[in-house]
Write a protein that binds this ligand. Structure first.
Ligand SMILES: [Zn+2]
Length: 560
């Protein structure tokens, strides 16, 4: 219809009005993005030849070479001030012996958990072997210490050397006036806060000196089925901490819901009752009178993985030292446990599409007669799937000062199902970037909407988050659910299918029925958000009350 045919011609009136000079020839029309080119990149990157793009593998070499080659073809310059296209990211890779048994004991009774079927565990400690030997098991509820919500599940209990069993997600506190809903004033209601993330639970175990941290897996609050946890049995990577991660719990892992129920039964308790009791501020840690033992053997290697970084230099002499960063992760899980006979974790949607999109965005920027005033950095990061390692490394050790980094736009998993009337912004309302996103979407004839599944904690799950943690405003957007020409509910159903069947599995492959017009539509939006930022004179701000604002304010204060 009309909106679709004119979308490429829309001119940014707001931008011209903001210039304060007679309007220059329009440069800020939505670019033409060719979805079929994005598809070609995606096919290459997700092919068997690229071996699932694991960090430190031949797949990494091929992937990094491909991105650099495409950046060069697009006219993008090396993004590292040392004149190269890469930032080295030193990491350690650990493969855990696959035969471990986790044993819970109470007196003469023993509950044995089988590797992979019943539990998955690993160690981040850079050592050959870790053991937890008859460590007392303590149930700590949701394992949350949140002074702002007057919540402390630990109540000062001593967890040193003990095994902490913890629930995934935030405490689901019911609304006092309507018990069918969650209380929006505590832990974000239905939305997951960082307290609900698995990484937070392991961080608490480290802080309290626990020997082991075992999370009870439940598909709803985790956001994915146990099969996704079972995928975490290949090589796992960490950034190398100076203490070789020895301050972390010796053993970190997950147990199935079924085994958790058996564990509580072994302790003479009921899991569901215990879980219910954990949803109140009065909860106290419960020693189960059970001990846990497990030994994990490790094979260790160090690798220099790589963030690929390209630069499109700003055209304004005063502003070209200010940066708009696009992030997108190139890595996936490599070759691992076969599912339906396929060992290659292709990661087509996640995230060959994002890298394909980044390459085409680059081309759309370099095609401009006049580059944007500020510089654009294209940052294709490594090891997102390992816990956002590449982006965390950049955000902690940036190539250009974060105080000169205007904002971050992340792309993880493009829409391959056709055009939408809407686009999702995760954590909508966090920063001024969201308003800019809303303007751009409106010019496309679309609406922005909050993430329909806030309980999955999406804002903490991709590469914008380490930047946010360091204070840089970051946009986490992508995909809609209201597909043009499809019935209501179709988008949500397809998204649920993907999560259940293909997410982090070998079957995340290019399909014949993909419609890349949706990816192209979203890329136009990403491009325009970045372009507006690069033309602007201002730095977007975090909204008052957001957890990231203080850091940015301090940083920008020191800049002045
Ligand atoms: Zn992923």
């Amino acid at each position: 219809m009309a909106r679709q045919s004119t979308v490429a011609l829309l001119v940014s009136v707001a931008l011209l009005a903001a210039c304060g000079r007679p309007p220059a020839p329009a440069v800020a029309a939505f670019p033409v993005i060719d979805g079929s080119r994005v598809l070609e990149h995606t096919k290459t990157l997700s092919s068997d030849e690229f071996e699932g793009r694991a960090p430190g593998s031949r797949g990494e070499e091929l992937t990094v070479a491909y991105i650099i080659d495409q950046f060069k073809k697009a006219g993008v310059k090396p993004g590292n001030p040392d004149g190269t296209f890469v930032q080295k990211v030193p990491m350690v890779g650990i493969v855990t012996d696959q035969k471990a048994v986790l044993s819970f004991r109470k007196g003469s009774r023993e509950q044995k958990l089988a590797w992979r079927d019943d539990f998955v565990a690993w160690t981040k400690r850079v050592v050959d072997r870790v053991s937890v030997n008859k460590a007392d098991v303590v149930f700590v509820g949701y394992g949350v210490q949140a002074p702002e919500f007057d919540w402390d599940d630990f109540k000062g209990v001593d967890l040193k050397g003990k095994t902490m069993v913890v629930l995934v997600g935030d405490p689901p506190v019911p609304d006092p006036s309507d018990a069918t809903k969650l209380d929006d004033r505590v832990f974000g209601g239905r939305a997951m806060t960082y307290y609900g993330r698995w990484s937070y639970k392991y961080e608490m175990g480290q802080k309290l000196g626990a020997a082991a941290v075992l999370i009870v897996h439940e598909t709803g609050p985790a956001g994915y089925p146990f099969t996704v946890v079972q995928g975490r049995t290949a090589e796992l990577f960490s950034l190398v901490a100076p203490d070789r991660n020895l301050s972390r719990a010796a053993v970190e892992g997950w147990i199935t819901l079924e085994q958790a129920k058996k564990l509580f039964a072994l302790a003479g308790m009921d899991f569901e009752e215990a879980k219910k009791a954990a949803v109140t501020r009065a909860f106290k840690p419960v020693p189960l009178g059970v001990t846990a033992s497990v030994t994990l053997g490790n094979t260790i290697r160090t690798v220099n993985s790589q963030n690929v970084v390209g630069r499109i230099e700003g055209s304004d002499a005063a502003k070209k030292n200010e940066y708009v960063i696009y992030t997108s992760h190139w890595d996936h899980f490599g070759i691992g446990v076969p599912i339906n006979g396929d060992r290659v974790y292709h990661g087509a949607v996640d995230n060959a599409t994002g890298i394909g999109g980044m390459i085409e965005l680059s081309r759309a920027f370099t095609a401009l007669k006049v580059a944007p005033k500020r510089s654009i950095l294209m940052l294709a990061v490594t090891a997102e799937e390992q816990g956002l390692l590449g982006s965390a490394y950049y955000a902690a050790d940036p190539l250009y000062p974060l105080s000169k980094t205007v904002g971050v736009v992340n792309m993880d998993g493009l829409n391959v199902l056709g055009k939408t009337n809407d686009i999702t912004v995760t954590g909508l309302g966090n920063s001024d970037l969201d308003e800019l996103a809303g303007q751009v979407a409106a010019e496309q004839g679309r609406v922005i909407r909050p993430n329909p599944e806030p309980e999955k904690g999406g804002f903490y799950r991709s590469d914008h988050f380490p930047f946010a943690q360091q204070g840089v405003p970051a946009l986490a957007s992508g995909g809609g659910i209201d597909y043009i020409g499809k019935p209501a509910g179709w988008g949500k159903a397809r998204s649920d299918e993907y999560t259940a069947n293909d997410y982090h599995k070998p079957s995340d492959k290019v399909r014949a029925d993909w419609d890349m017009s949706g990816a192209a539509q979203d890329l136009q939006y990403y491009w325009m958000v970045g372009h507006r930022l690069a033309q602007s004179d201002t730095f977007p701000q975090w909204k008052p009350g957001t957890e990231f604002k203080a850091k940015r304010d301090a940083m920008m204060g020191s800049r002045r």
